[in-house]
Design a protein around this ligand. Sequence first.
Ligand SMILES: Cc1cc2nc3c(=O)[nH]c(=O)nc-3n(C[C@H](O)[C@H](O)[C@H](O)COP(=O)(O)OP(=O)(O)OC[C@H]3O[C@@H](n4cnc5c(N)ncnc54)[C@H](O)[C@@H]3O)c2cc1C
Length: 356
Amino acid sequence: MRNLVLLGGGYGNMRILLRLLPNNVPENVHITLVDRVPYHCLKTEYYALAAGTISDHHIRVPFPEHPRLTYVFGEVVKIDLESKNVILNDESIIHYDDLVIGLGCEDKYHNVPGAEEFTYSIQSIDKSRATYQKLNNLPPDSVVGVVGAGLSGVELASELVESRPDLHIKLFDRGQRILSMFPERLSSYVENWFHSHGVEIVRQSNITKVEENRLYNHDEPIHCDAIVWTAGIQPNKVVRELNVEKDGQGRVVLTKQHNIPGYENVYVVGDCASLPHAPSAQLAEAQAEQIVQVLEKRWKGEEPPSEFPPIKLKGILGSLGKKHGFGLVADRPITGRVPRLLKSGVLWMYKYHNGY
Ligand SMILES: Cc1cc2nc3c(=O)[nH]c(=O)nc-3n(C[C@H](O)[C@H](O)[C@H](O)COP(=O)(O)OP(=O)(O)OC[C@H]3O[C@@H](n4cnc5c(N)ncnc54)[C@H](O)[C@@H]3O)c2cc1C
């Protein structure tokens, strides 16, 4: 049997499973999926888990079952491309014939001293749970610093102010306006929403150091009872340690067929892959569709497509608490209740299509 090993049961590899199961796995192929957690986690909802507005169970989807699919639940620590082995933290070894690396990303701390040690995170399910505990156990009137006002920082701060209106939330951002990657009209809408909900936006900030219950903005100390870091991401450590070509963000440079150059049987999907868009679940899924086509061709001994049409994304939707939202759909900015409803609909559809 040929062993296809999928590292990480995130958005990218779930899409690969969705396309291969139940009837498109060749008779001579076995699939092994490795993840540290025994269910698929909806990372796009971690901000709500951390804020305490949804339950843990609400953002888990059971992995599919199939006679030729095996699960290994453990921590991947190393990939040996030469011997075609994946090594887990209990020293067990999984041999692969084909490998898809979909281990997602982690926080990037930009060498800010104390940031990793003294801030909370929403980049993994276990860290989001720890953040939930901290934020929801804070005494009344505590101060929460959210560092980084990109999509996840904005979603966290808005959800938190609805969950805990007694907290004083400070949202720190480097830019002159928050959500600088969106049109100005959207930034203004979101900033107004924050003003009307009592969230303080600290523009043009530069966090230079973090200590327990204190961050330094341009070296000025600011007391915070909890600090959440949403100011940058980088590929998973296992991928960072791979000795292959990376782009400026540390993502693996791939061929047009999404495999690592020189390793025709090793693909990288999602946040760890160098693609012409910012990382997103939507992108991971679109790329996974193409990887499935390549796998199917190569399994048949045929040539895969020499290139694919560029991946087109449908747009971006962000939430401002449970009732309002914002987004860019077909390059047009939308604000208010409609984008929030659309976002809930997208989540519902996702769970439905994944058999939940
Ligand atoms: C708060 C927030 C909101 C977001 N909102 C959106 C949105 O609205 N739309 C959108 O498109 N994207 C959104 N994103 C981005 C999106 O979540 C990611 O781009 C997407 O999850 C990437 O998919 P992936 O398949 O690369 O990895 P992931 O979905 O992150 O999956 C990685 C998997 O690998 C496992 N894993 C990691 N390391 C190991 C290890 N060492 N050993 C074993 N298993 C391991 C993890 O448990 C996980 O199951 C959001 C992200 C965040 C944090």
